[in-house]
Design a binder for this molecule. Structure first.
Ligand code: SF4
Ligand code: SF4
Length: 140
């Protein structure tokens, strides 16, 4: 389980919770690596409640919820570095007159908003008062 980066819905977790999750994830990865190397057959699925309902909700989210319309960059903060455009996995961001503009194909991975070095990107009003999470801040 990794720290939450979905700042559209909720604020980032506390630093202690984030560090703990990353520490546990490292241990899990070591175990998974060992199991792969040993070619062990394992079944480790964290089955949730109401999986069918949640899958249906996820389908609806993929169809209707991944809109890029609320994205914008605060022109007082943006330094036109282009990092958001360069690192978007769907290449849906282009810089126009030095500022990012979003097209439609978005995974809502929130890499752009969490990695902007100036915290210039917002998603409507929901992210204005929230922190930003990216793992680079926590790697030694
Ligand atoms: S990463 Fe941030 S500062 Fe850089 S161009 Fe995008 S919005 Fe502007
Ligand atoms: S949320 Fe992810 S996919 Fe969508 S625009 Fe930002 S970086 Fe690209």
């Amino acid at each position: 389980m990794m720290p939450s980066n979905y700042i559209i819905a909720e604020d980032v977790e506390s630093k202690n919770v984030i560090k703990e999750k990353i520490k546990n994830a490292k241990k899990d990865l070591e175990n998974i690596s060992r199991e792969i190397l040993e070619r062990k057959k394992v079944y480790k699925v964290n089955e949730c409640s109401m999986p069918k309902l949640k899958s249906a909700i996820n389908k609806a989210f993929n169809k209707f919820g991944r809109t890029t319309k609320p994205f914008y960059a605060d022109k007082n903060k943006c330094i036109s570095c282009g990092k958001c455009a360069k690192t978007c996995p769907t290449s849906c961001i282009t810089l126009v007159n030095g500022y990012p503009v979003w097209s439609r194909k978005c995974y809502q991975c929130l890499r752009c908003i969490n990695y902007c070095p100036k915290e210039a990107i917002q998603y409507g009003k929901s992210t204005e008062k929230r922190g930003r999470y990216n793992i680079e801040k926590y790697l030694d």
